[in-house]
Design a protein around this ligand. Structure first.
Ligand SMILES: C[C@H](CCC(=O)NCCS(=O)(=O)O)[C@H]1CC[C@H]2[C@@H]3CC[C@@H]4C[C@H](O)CC[C@]4(C)[C@H]3C[C@H](O)[C@]12C
Length: 327
């Protein structure tokens, strides 16, 4: 399972956890402005916005899981298995832009500078299920797309393409986003404040611990529970607005839904874990991440690259714990 979130302090931050039982071999990948982007149905784009994100690079093509562009627009793809239904390519109608699911992130981030622009791009899109290759069958995903002003969720389902305003700025997996938002009402009574006794008059309740205001917030790893937990954590989050304070707080927000090996068995002896957690500063183009085996935050700053060049710049993930011995 995966969880994505946005967070605003002085700057705008966004990121995700990638939870799975194996890694595809992903790298922080910078796509400079002149990298020749080839689209399956939409031809070539020789110039576009620069992008940084996490990708599996296949034949020099970046299959992005999550990314942000130089305009501060970011997006992340999360599993939506059983509900994602893509369209068939429609090559008759000129007004429709056929874009395959694996091209959705580069298609959007190469040309849009805001969610507002994405909304109008989405009016013309025909999101199709064409796989990248035989080795990479179409991933069943849904997406969160956000800039500093707003966030949306995009779901391609059997009724067609749905675009939801995402007022909490979070996304997990199933069920569909509108149901997740509906179920959030189950937790309307929760609060970071110590509860006042409204249980019944005449019952004297002793508030025996701190932190009882969120009693009832689900602690399990199901997608609906992670949705409620991360939404609660993010919406109540307070931090200083310096870069370090914001980034630290962001990792704590996603830390509320991290998956420890052993707690979510997906097949005999196979466990889903938080393979990596990412956080980007959308304004500065800095991509921070931690991995399951490396709690130290690593970062790649896209503005330290030559963004006018044409080749991908790839940074393999730094793995392995770096323990700071003090004696
Ligand atoms: C497995 C991940 C989702 C993890 C998740 O959400 N786990 C919840 C499990 S669950 O909710 O319980 O089911 C997803 C998220 C992004 C995906 C890549 C997107 C680019 C590319 C698209 C191509 O078409 C296929 C290959 C490709 C590399 C994709 C592989 C894989 O699919 C990735 C990594």
């Amino acid at each position: 399972m995966c969880t994505a979130a946005t967070y605003k302090t002085k700057d705008f931050y966004m990121g995700r956890t990638l939870d799975y039982e194996f890694a595809y071999g992903e790298e922080v990948t910078v796509m400079p402005r002149n990298y020749p982007l080839h689209f399956r149905y939409m031809g070539d784009m020789s110039e576009h916005f620069a992008i940084i994100g996490m990708a599996h690079v296949a034949d020099n093509y970046p299959l992005y899981y999550d990314a942000v562009n130089e305009k501060g627009l970011g997006m992340a793809g999360l599993n939506f298995v059983g509900n994602a239904v893509y369209a068939e390519p429609d090559t008759e109608a000129d007004e429709k832009e056929n874009v395959s699911q694996y091209e959705f992130i580069p298609w959007v981030l190469s040309q849009c500078s805001s969610v507002k622009e994405v909304r109008s791009l989405l009016m013309r899109i025909n999101l199709v299920g064409t796989p990248y290759s035989e080795m990479f069958p179409a991933a069943q995903l849904h997406w969160i797309i956000a800039d500093e002003n707003e966030a949306i969720t995009v779901e391609s389902v059997k009724e067609g393409l749905k675009v939801y305003d995402n007022h909490v700025g979070v996304l997990t997996n199933n069920p569909p986003f509108d149901i997740q938002m509906l179920m959030l009402a189950d937790y309307a009574g929760l609060s970071p404040k110590q509860p006042v006794n409204t249980f019944a008059s005449g019952v004297n309740l002793n508030m025996y611990s701190r932190g009882m205001g969120a009693m009832g917030l689900p602690g399990d790893l199901s997608s609906r529970s992670r949705f409620a937990r991360v939404a609660y954590t993010k919406m109540n989050s307070r931090s200083g607005d310096s870069e370090n304070e914001s980034v630290s707080q962001f990792f704590h927000i996603l830390g509320s839904v991290e998956q420890q090996r052993g707690c979510c068995e997906v097949a005999d002896g196979k466990y889903e874990i938080t393979i990596y957690t990412s956080c980007w500063n959308a304004a500065k183009g800095i991509y921070y991440y931690t991995t399951y085996e490396n709690s130290q935050i690593s970062a790649v700053d896209m503005n330290r690259e030559d963004l006018e060049s044409s080749g991908l710049k790839r940074y393999p993930l730094v793995n392995g714990q770096h323990i700071n011995y003090q004696n």
